[in-house]
Design a protein around this ligand. Structure first.
Ligand code: AP5
Ligand code: MG
Length: 215
């Protein structure tokens, strides 16, 4: 099973990918997470990507497609892949077809998380993660059970993304509208895209996705 989660910044791609990983043994391939790891490790890719990401613009197609190929090669051939934040341009959609075909894989579902853009700024500016295990939280929508302590690993250190400020979020949304939304018709013409209401609560979104991938 290979699925793409598509949607603007803050739509819930990462949240839902983590849940699918935990419940269905699939692997999340998030180009955003891979790029943030490269920035942190100060690799050549990270050094190139850092300023672009801080502006909210898109990193080059070549860089992200290479990360996806490497990510798939590091997985077992029978493990399902959840593409989170990739593809984001028509060129990346074309590359993904080739990357999958070369590995004997094909796309089963493209799931668009449909959201109201006005709500996204609140979602993104309230978001933070555990600095130790990466579990995601939100000031209003998903707080730790014990304030200040991670539910999953017990760490008391949390962090926020440098691109999660209102100005950068607006640029990220504009990039989505201009470069990513135009890839939806590619998957519509193949009849593999489904729309899920990303404004519903998190459990309802998970249930809707699970209903689709069970078909
Ligand atoms: P990336 O990391 O992919 O960021 P993004 O697409 O902007 O998406 P986000 O991670 O912000 O949102 P999400 O949909 O994962 O939402 P989440 O689940 O966290 O990319 C970052 C940057 O890297 C890009 O700007 C670009 O520079 C570069 N990049 C990455 N991939 C690239 C590519 N392919 N090509 C070129 N450049 C690339 O949810 C958000 C918050 O809302 C959370 O706090 C969550 O708790 C809450 N929430 C989630 N669902 C719900 C719900 N149903 N109800 C209430 N709250 C909810
Ligand atoms: Mg994400």
């Amino acid at each position: 099973m290979n699925i793409i989660l598509l949607g603007p910044p803050g739509a819930g791609k990462g949240t839902q990918a983590q849940r699918l990983m935990e419940r269905h043994g699939m692997r999340q391939l998030s180009t955003g997470d891979m790029l943030r790891a490269a920035v942190k490790a100060q690799t050549p890719v990270g050094l190139q990507a850092k300023a672009v990401m801080e502006r909210g613009e898109l990193v080059s197609d070549e860089i992200v497609s290479a990360l996806i190929g490497d990510g798939l090669d590091a997985m077992g051939p029978d493990t399902g892949a959840i593409f989170d934040g990739y593809p984001r341009t028509e060129a990346q959609a074309g590359s993904l077809d080739g990357i999958l075909a070369a590995r004997g894989r094909s796309l089963d579902h493209v799931i668009e998380l449909a959201v109201d853009e006005d709500a996204l700024v609140e979602r993104i500016t309230g978001r933070y993660t555990c600095a130790n295990c990466g579990k995601g939280y939100h000031d209003k929508f998903e707080q730790p059970r014990v304030a200040g302590t991670c539910d999953k690993c017990g760490s008391t250190e949390f962090k926020r993304r440098p691109d999660d400020n209102e100005e950068t979020v607006r640029t990220r949304m504009a990039e989505y509208r201009a470069k990513t939304a135009p890839i939806l018709p590619i998957y519509e013409s193949r009849g593999i895209i489904s729309r899920v209401d990303g404004m519903a609560d998190m459990d309802a979104v998970t249930a809707a996705i699970e209903g689709l991938i069970a078909d």
